[in-house]
Design a binder for this molecule. Sequence first.
Ligand code: NDP
Length: 395
Amino acid sequence: MSKVLIIGAGGVGGVVAHKAAMDKQTFSDVMLASRTLAKCDKIAAEIEQMHGRKIRTKQVDADDVPQLVRLLKEYQPAVVINVALPYQDLHIMDACLEAGVDYLDTANYEPPDVAKFEYSWQWAYQERFQKAGRMAVLGSGFDPGVTNVFCAHVQKHLLDEIHSIDIVDCNAGSHGKAFATNFNPEINIREITARGRYWENGEWKETDPLSVSRIFDYPGVGEKKSFLLYHEELESLVKNIKGLKRIRFWMTFGESYLKHLEVLGNVGMTRIDEVEFEGKKIVPIKFLRALLPDPASLAAGYSGKTSIGCLCEGVKNGKPKRYFIYNICDHAETFKEVHAQAISYTTGVPAVTGAKMMVDKTWKGAGVFNMEQLDPDPFLADVAKRGLPWHVEER
Ligand code: NDP
């Protein structure tokens, strides 16, 4: 029985709040705090109406560390689930250290003015979390998150050595909008327009953005063109998976999405530096974000499925073997359950499972952890029951 503080009332935060509220056994009290109180209150009202449970709400600017420390000391949660934006990660970690609270997030830190995401900034907190006797779990969404745990499962149960991993992510859903992103538009567009990167034979190799593609057959969805991207879980998996020779990440995009992105890029709307506009400084991608649909608003009427998994090749008892481990999630089903689309759902459910692992001490330890460093078995059992069943095929 533990209190949980969720920070960020966006698409993912809504799912985390619903799912935490639905688990009275684990979470004795739930608070949702975000920059805009009205968004928290709207989610809280929906939770009360759909699941009959009241949750607390609070306005907080997570970049204001003293304000956040005051809230943590007053509420005394067992864990903070950070589903605000990656820019807030370090501030929330600082506040957790000062208030003596465990920490979990779903995306690694990015400095606002450089489109660059890597774990170095958060790994640098290792000693401080160890000394404080507190636990920080990084990247407990789907990818990163469940994909890391899938790799840990294959390493623990199926292969003696994993030589190659292809993480493949397909959203075959349709929201009916000409152009929209399924999670925070700014973070999403920064990720996709960055140079591609994969790891092979001990070194990182770079590619031009969206210049490498292949067809992959996704269970439940069929064959889809998938593009090589850099994704944050590659960085930690390279360190933590034994015998790895190559790891890549692939994501599907439709023709229309790519055409819109190309045009927006060509006219400068995806720029992340400041430009002068009518006597004011604005950042084009932030302005674009204000024009695009809020990812949470896509949920009603979204149809189709996501299919995300890890194709792992390696050896077992000296013989070559290949396994595909994956989840399929249906947008309309997730809307029925928690009024969310499947991208928010597949991110929010693992965050709640990760938090449960921490509060009931199934996962324990002092320091900063990536998901594949923790026991995959209880996590995968819980996440399947909580809404994301998974499957393994030998291929
Ligand atoms: P949204 O933009 O929908 O929501 C983000 C929320 O955070 C907003 O409610 C926003 O408030 C709030 N917020 C922003 N800044 C602050 C601040 N300084 N203090 C308090 N609250 C703040 O994003 P999503 O829900 O789509 O995504 C949430 C996170 O999940 C992101 O970090 C994203 O990268 C991650 N993610 C991870 C995935 C995974 O599989 N691992 C997949 C998808 C997303 P306001 O509304 O007032 O702006």
